[in-house]
Design a binder for this molecule. Structure first.
Ligand code: NAD
Length: 255
């Protein structure tokens, strides 16, 4: 069987599971935005080699040298501002609209699910279009003006931080509670474009599986879940696989 025939077969299996599901949810990672031109952590070359996450994405690094971390965010903000949703993001919005998907839990901070039209999006790691004061908690959008003098300061005098969860920080209570409740209740979970290495996000599919949900993975390569947890691995790019799922489940192509 060649890879394309294998994908067709796996797609049939995934569709059967999703047709039966009453509470399907999706968990997405950096891979779904790769086709929008936003590099993932594990890709070689490019952004994260210039700015290694262990040096630029930890809270202690931010506290030590906020200006250095903000200079990275200035470049990243420009890249995120210029990016647009791809066919994978739109397919998830279409599935939600059709009543086939309850919510998207995303580890991404790029706002592309909302841009594509998804309504119920649980942002597990925050949103990079916003910044928040570490002193008084005030939040506001990151504007080009704010990036002219880094680190930006709050009117209370304290330093602002990009409103994303850095390594060594806690997930917000609200996001954790909503994501856990969705993972506990769902009967099918689409796990898309995540290497499943960052916790606690990586525990959501475990919770879902433990409660009887089927796990459908969409990833260009196998992950730590594939042989242990996953029922169906759709090996392919999210921007190609998800529109095929949406077309079949929303009646555009009933086969
Ligand atoms: P990761 O970089 O660890 O893994 C990306 C995964 O996506 C890999 O398993 C890879 O095989 C897969 N992948 C790559 N291209 C794909 C495609 N076109 N279709 C399907 N799968 C594809 O990402 P992660 O697991 O999300 O963990 C990284 C952390 O970094 C997350 O917490 C996230 O918040 C953050 N991050 C976010 C963004 C963003 O907001 N777009 C980008 C980079 C990193």
């Amino acid at each position: 069987m060649n890879p394309s025939e294998r994908l067709d077969e796996q797609l049939d299996a995934a569709i059967a599971l999703l047709r039966r599901a009453e509470h399907a949810v999706a968990v997405t990672g950096a891979g779904i935005s790769a086709e929008s031109g936003i590099p993932t952590f594990r890709e070689s070359g490019g952004f994260w080699e210039k700015y290694p996450p262990e040096q630029y994405a930890t809270y202690s690094a931010f506290l030590k040298n906020p200006k250095k971390i903000w200079s990275m965010w200035r470049e990243r903000s420009a890249m995120l501002r210029d990016s647009e949703p791809n066919a994978g993001h739109y397919a998830l919005a279409q599935l939600e609209e059709a009543g086939r998907l309850e919510a998207v839990i995303t580890q991404n901070v790029d706002n592309l699910h909302q841009d594509a039209g998804s309504k119920r999006v649980v942002e597990f790691h925050g949103n990079a279009r916003w910044m928040r004061c570490k002193g008084c908690g005030h939040a506001e959008p990151i504007t080009e003006e704010a990036l002219e003098r880094i680190p930006p300061k709050c009117s209370c005098g304290a330093i602002m931080k990009p409103d994303v969860v850095m390594f060594e920080e806690w997930i917000s209570d609200d996001a954790l509670a909503e994501a856990s409740s969705l993972a506990n209740r769902c009967d099918a979970m689409l796990v898309i474009g995540t290497s499943a290495q960052v916790y606690p996000a990586a525990s959501l599919p475990r919770t879902a599986k433990h409660n009887g949900a089927s796990i459908i993975e969409v990833n260009i390569e196998p992950t730590g879940f594939t042989d242990t947890l996953t029922d169906v691995h759709l090996q392919g790019a999210a921007g190609e696989v998800l529109p095929r799922i949406a077309a079949r489940l929303t009646g555009e192509n009933g086969t």
